[in-house]
Design a protein around this ligand. Structure first.
Ligand code: PMP
Length: 356
């Protein structure tokens, strides 16, 4: 871009790139975005659309989507003043980061973690205090606390289970971090439905500096509908709500949410299928020579191979799209793939076995 024009823009733009999904978003077997392999049943889609037809499409939705907020608050068992809904949890991350960071402030981010965190911090001209995971990709809890205190960071961002490592923090560890730092602690629970650990929602009442983030894009299989939620103590939530972009949740998203929550047994069945497949895949992969399989607590598995780019390209050539996460710190030659349908998982196994 013309140097003169870039001089007029936010200087932080020079340090970030646009969000990319390497390898694209189309494939016969698509395992690269941690989505659910199960779409909603057609009958449920029709019921949702029938309800949506009754709405006034020429009118704005509510400034805050009260119906969606109330439905989710009832579902998780917290007061509605503790809940905010957004157009996907990425949008909520922008809101929360705007509320918590500004030029010169410090944020603790364990690395590797979801790339958007660092990007938002840089955009807001804040300083990232990066705390590396252990060699087996587990969180280094004492170091997170120590660095947050030493650096006087006012914000700590934790993704648990973490993307891209698939390792989790226990409820006790989250409680310890939140109580020992003088910071707002954001716990991104995008993959919590697949986890062995309990949700940090249990800590909301006793922890005034805690924010819990959820997405409906993974276990709830609504990535295309764009729904996310944040939860916090009502006083903190009132502050976080200030930078929220108004009207970003459509009535269609609210209606879809209520139908999916009313039929939550379908989500539970899908989660149990994925967890069974996770065990089956992990065990089968461990038997393949030359592959290291990391412990997984989410709907995706991390493996280390001898040449990740080569395996990525070979799989892509076979119509299987996984994610090459080798560029992340500590994840040299690692690939990430989410659990798909049984036959998709079998195909991936077959192709990896053939490489042996
Ligand atoms: N947080 C984490 C940890 C994620 O992995 C993702 C999606 N990859 C998101 C948030 C964003 O999800 P969405 O915007 O679809 O809700």
């Amino acid at each position: 871009m013309d140097k003169d024009l870039s001089r007029l823009l936010n200087p932080a733009l020079q340090h970030i790139g646009a969000y990319k999904v390497e390898g694209g978003q189309q494939a016969d077997v698509k395992l690269n975005q941690n989505e659910s392999p199960f779409d909603l049943p057609v009958l449920m889609k029709e019921a949702i659309l029938d309800e949506f037809k009754q709405e006034a499409w020429n009118r704005y939705p509510d400034i805050l989507p009260f119906r969606g907020i109330q439905a989710y608050a009832n579902f998780v068992g917290v007061p509605s003043e503790s809940v905010m809904m957004s157009n996907g949890s990425n949008e909520m991350l922008y809101t929360i980061f705007l509320a918590c960071l500004s030029k010169g402030r410090k944020v603790v981010i364990p690395i590797p973690s979801f790339s958007l965190y660092e990007k938002l911090a840089i955009l807001l001209q804040s300083q990232v205090v990066a705390v590396p995971m252990h060699e087996d990709l587990a969180f280094d809890v004492p170091e997170i606390i120590r660095r947050a205190r030493d650096e006087k960071a006012g914000f700590v961002v934790l993704s648990t289970p973490n993307n891209p490592t698939s390792r989790s923090l226990s409820l006790e560890e989250i409680r310890m971090i939140a109580s020992e730092v003088d910071a707002i602690v954001l716990v991104d629970e995008a993959y919590v439905e697949f986890s062995r650990e309990e949700s940090a929602i249990a800590l909301l009442e006793e922890t005034p500096n805690l924010i819990v983030l959820r997405t409906m894009s993974k276990a709830l299989a609504l990535a295309g509908m764009r729904i996310g939620f944040a939860m916090a103590n009502p006083e903190l939530m009132a502050q976080i709500a200030k930078p929220k972009i108004p009207f970003t949740s459509s009535r269609l998203a609210e209606i879809t949410l209520t139908h999916v929550l009313d039929n939550y047994h379908l989500v539970e069945e899908a989660v149990s299928y994925i967890l069974n497949e996770r065990v089956r895949m992990s065990e089968a992969l461990r038997k393949i020579n030359g592959i290291r399989v990391f412990e997984s607590d989410a709907n995706f598995i991390i493996i280390r191979v001898s040449d990740a780019q080569k395996v990525f390209s070979y799989l892509a050539g076979q119509g299987i799209l996984v994610r090459n996460v080798s560029g992340y710190p500590l994840m040299e030659n690692c690939l990430r793939f989410n659990i798909g349908l049984r036959q998709e998982n079998d195909l991936l196994l077959e192709k990896l076995l053939a490489l042996q």
